[in-house]
Design a protein around this ligand. Sequence first.
Ligand SMILES: *Cc1c(COP(=O)(O)O)cnc(C)c1O
Length: 377
Amino acid sequence: MKGCLERMCFAITCELYEKKGNKGNKQMKWEENVRKVVPYVPGEQPQKKDIIKLNTNECPYPPSPMVQKAMQEMDYQDLRLYPEFPEKTPLTAHLAEYYHVKEEQIFIGVGSDDVLSMAFLTFFNSDRPVFFPDITYSFYDVWADIYRIPYEVKPLDADFCIRKEDYMGECGGIIFPNPNAPTGVLMGVEDIEDIVKAHSDVVVIIDEAYIDFGGTTCLPLLESYDNLLVVRTFSKSRAMAGSRIGYAIGNEKLIRYLNDAKYSVNSYTMNRPALRLGAESVKDDAYFKEICGKIIRTRERSEKELAALGFTFPKSYGNFIFASHKKVRAKEIFEKLKERDIYVRHWNKARIDDYLRITIGTDEEMDALFAALRSIV
Ligand SMILES: *Cc1c(COP(=O)(O)O)cnc(C)c1O
């Protein structure tokens, strides 16, 4: 059964791979033994200066001044030695203190992408499919494909909400972001609890990449459920996408399994500077709260401006707005903004191809966006 599903997934992956334009190249003999995957495509990172970059949900503000100070005081000789063991570092210590959990409940990685990838590898090891939404972080199906994990996508409802009932059946695990990406729609903690409670036989992963922008975290559920893993990142709310720091919090035993898998692939993924700088960011809670608050206020103002311009969107709990215009097609707006050096995100994907995901920038950046939109729509 398992082998059969794996072969099916593999056949589908190969077919998709060819569809995406890899056809026609002459097949080398060894290629049939290659582990093929259609890769995740991140948002553009244009090298041009003076652009307004609202396409990858980075933070428009700098990291904490404490991070800056620590960076300036770093000694390059520290690089001679391997970093600390990943389960006991300055970063894990500060995160444990911040969240009032044991250090043994924290797993860290090179961005939450690394954490999530390890979690897929470690916990999604069943013949039954893993469940996640049809519209969600588009890395999930890529990890499922590369690790040959069977999965089943569950369509969001017409308002882009996750339907709890869809996640109640037997499965090999569950994962979704809360708030969801790229929609920004938040699910209540009670609903998440019902899902976690119904699945004591598998791990439920909640990807809280955007939880710091006004959502309610499900971290308190960790006291009652040992099958819940909460994943977070420094890339969005902590303004440190370039340092690649992510972490997961869960039951000690869950974290032990994650670390076993990590040590079996590459024990030291995070570098010394990132471990130090991440810890400094966690120490400066006042600054963290200040920038999150600023982004939330700019988001609220942006919602009013966009509505006045004829856009509709679900209420967002992220540092972005997922908006569609009543008259002008998203693709056209996307291209015209790009001509004006304003980058937002657009996907040529069913159900969402008439939407733009607009990252919340500074107030000045958003004003430039609104001015451009006024002339486009
Ligand atoms: C940005 C994002 C991540 C990954 O971020 P990292 O930079 O790898 O930490 C994970 N999940 C979601 C939903 C995201 O939007």
